[in-house]
Structures are given as C-alpha cells and as structure tokens.
Unconditional design. Sequence first.
Length: 498
Amino acid sequence: MSRVVLVSNRVMDLRKAPQAGGVAVALADVVRSRSALWFGWNGEIRANGQPDLVEREGRLATVTMSEADYRGYYLGYANSVLWPVFHNRLDVAEFEAGFFETYVDVNRRLAASLAPMLRADDIIWVHDYHLIPLAAELRSRGVTNPIGFYLHIPFPSWQTFMAIPEHQELARALAAYDLIGLQTRADVANLIDYMAKGVSGRIVPDGRIRLFGRLVSIASFPVGIDLADFANPKRDAGLVQARTAVSRIIGVDRLDYTKGLPQKLKAFGRFLEKYPQYQRQVVLTQIAPPTRESVEAYSGIRQQLETLAGSVNGRFGELDWVPIHYIHRSTPRRRLAGIYRSSRIGMVTPLRDGMNLVAKEYVAAQDPEDPGVLILSQFAGAAEEMGEALIVNPYNIEQCADAIRIALEMSLEERRTRYEALMAAVRKYDVTSWCQSFLARLERVRAGEDIDRPYPVGPLRAALDKLGEKLDPLEPADKPTRKGMQLTPSGVGGVDSA
Ligand code: GDG
C-alpha cells in the first residue's frame, strides 16, 4: 500500500485529536493506521511565522503562520469569501478586500514546502476550501502523483459560485486534481453544473469531466462519524433539571451564522407560545462554542443570540424553570454522548451545511429501546441520507415549532422505526468507510482504473447520433480537446444539445 499524504489547514497533535472531534479524529486515525504523512498549519501565529519553514515530528509536518498570512489567507479569503459564498451568503462575502493574492501565495509556499517531502508512489489527499490552489501549485513544481481534494462544505449553485471574481482561477485550480470528493449528490450536481456552464467543462463517456485539458473525477463521499465514540453512553445526570418530567431539546453548533441559531431560538419561543401546555415541560439547551470571532460577519451573531435567549427566558421563564440554556463555551467531548442521550429531541437546523456531524452523533448516542427524535434541516447535507428524521425548513419558524410538538408526541413505536432507519444510514457511511472509499478511489486513479462507465454506451451513442454529436473517445488529458458531450444541468446521465 502506498503512503498517503494528508494535507489540511490544521494539523492536530495526535494525542489531542480525539478530543477535537469531527474530521480531525478521522485524519488522526489514518495517520496512525497506515503509512502516512500529515502536513499543514499547527495553529500557531508567530511574528516570523512562515508556511515555508517546516517542523517534522514523526508523521506530522507542520508550519506556523505570520499575522499577515493568517489575516489574508485564513480569516480573509477562506473565511470571509469562500465560506460565506459556498453557504449561499453572498451578502456577507468581502470580495473587495484583496485577500485572493495572499490566499494563493500561502498555498504556493505550502506547496513549495511539501513538494520536497513527497515520494514517487505517494497519493495525496487535500482537505477543504482553504487549500483549493494546492494541487495546481504542486503540479507547477513537477508533482505528478494522484491528488484528491475533499470539500467539507457545500458547493453552491453555479450562479452563486460565479459571483466570486476569481471563480475561473478557482476552477483552473480544481482541474489540477484527479479526484474531487463532495459531501452529497446535490453538491456533485452543482459542481458539474458550474463546470459546464461557467468554464465549458465536458463530461467524457467514462464519467469524468474534461476541464482545462485535464480529466477530473467527481463523486460524493458522505462524511460520517466513529460510532464507537457515541455508543452506549450513560445519560448525563448533571444535565437533567430538578423536575424529571422536563424534556430536553439539544443543539450543539459552533456559533456560526450558517447554523440557523437565531431561527432555532425563535422557533422554540413560538412553540412555547403556540402550545402553552408545554411550558415548564421542555427546555432547549444550546451549546454554541465561539468560532472565528475576528471575522466581521460573526460580530453580531453572539449578541443577537444572547438577546433572543434573554427575551424568551424573560417572557416565559419561572423561578424554577429556565426555558433556554445557552452555553457559549466548548463542552468536553467525553460529555457529548451523555448529553445527546439525555435529550428527547436533537435539533439540527442549519441554514446550509456540508453534512453536519452533530445529526449523526445525536442518533448514534440514542437508547435503541427509547430513542429521541432528530429534527433536521432540509439544507444540511445529512438530510440526503437521513430522510427518516423530521425534516424541516429552518426559515419556516411555524413549521419548526410544530415539529417540536410532533417530536414530543411521537409514539415509541414510530420513534423506534425512525431511529432504526437513521442508525442504518449512520452505520453505512461511518468515518472509516468514508476514508477508505475516498482513498480506494484515489488508488484507482494511480492504477489508471478510475473509470465509472455510468452510461451504457449503446443508448448513449444512439442519443448522440440523434443530436449529430460524436462520442468523445478517452484521450490523454494533454491532447487537444475534441468536442465532448454537453453536460446536462444535473451533471450526469443525460445529453443536452445546448
Ligand atoms: C464542517 C462542515 C461537515 C461542536 N461543539 C462542540 C463540539 N462540537 C463538535 C461536534 C462535531 C463537530 O464539532 C462539528 O461538526 P459539524 O459537522 O456539525 O460542523 P462543522 O464544524 O461546521 O464542520 C460540516 C464537517 O466539516 C465534516 O466534514 O459535516 O458540514 O461545516 O463533531 O460534536 N465538540 C466539543 N465541544 C463542543 O462544544 N467537544
């Protein structure tokens, strides 16, 4: 088995990764379990920090960053342009700030540091929107290894993506990868749609996309959790209020404007107003640790949430009942499973989310004999696999308020049926299968076997004949491009004469 080189914005200390949760756990597991190198920023900002001075410690290779690089690359282009746009928030994107140059420059210097550490048979797996230009920068240094890219956040509609002034440069950078992995089939359709309409990409018969003279595979690999972290927890006694009859709704979200927190608090307030019989019977515990506080767009959200929590508590609260418990601190990971299991409802209602691991963690922690109910936003990637949750539109406050009531009144039988279906989905795409399937596909790229053949060639040829088009033979990527098949709006499976 070849060595895998993982590249991500943050590299975690292998001892601390398990507490960090999320994908850090998965990457740390990959590093521990096979021949691997993990390269990226160690989280330190130093006056003389540079992405081109590498510190090696075992299988980790890390760099520090200067204040200016951190501002332009991380806070700037990554989190003030790409994060909002990819989450449909063009209104808070800071396009004019001139961050793009620093973003590319940091990627260039990261590539310059990484290139000398690479071996001929390495496969390289790059993570997330901070590092889109990395493969192109490696290629310009002569790196020919298979390089895969995984986007943890959603890919927006083609019109939204084209609002980024540098969208063509980003598309060219994406074309330098051999494999692009996305969370959902909807994201795959959006990316292919953009490539077709925005930069004249063409699908070839084996299912890959020809773009800027290269062939790129695009597929969905839904990210999952490690079930063992959440199975069989004890109910967290410290969380249960004095009145044992009180049902808890739990929310665990970084305090990010994409997570739909104001809408969630409003929906809970509306629920208490509309169904007063539940006053004193239900609490909402919202854990919302701080995140990216120095990014402009995050400045108002904390105050907005505190005001909303205060207003619901002031309006409905009693001496012995506080309706909303709002915790603006991180909670130790070891407590999360017990908190989820103690909660009758998991409320995961982001306005947009790549996947949302909290939805999966909540389900995995439930007692199979007496499971709670997951209320899930239709705009979380998780909704594609978790249709047995109560799916809601987080903007529809009335609907969310009603969903809380439905969840509270749901029969044990229905809760079990839904739980079993949800658990099957959480088990099917756990974190191990996510890593293995992506890496296996990247290995196939190296072996020259990354061919999907999604179309039976006979019907395809007939359809193209009808349109007067020719089937694009599989040509080496560096040969001049012939006219291929036009992409359909949904990306795969059809022929469009436009
Ligand atoms: C990005 C994408 C995608 C949260 N609060 C605390 C805490 N957490 C943990 C959760 C979970 C993780 O952080 C959050 O993961 P999410 O998936 O919910 O969201 P993002 O951080 O936005 O992650 C997302 C993900 O990447 C993976 O691809 O699903 O769509 O946006 O594990 O449990 N952990 C602890 N204390 C907290 O207070 N210990």
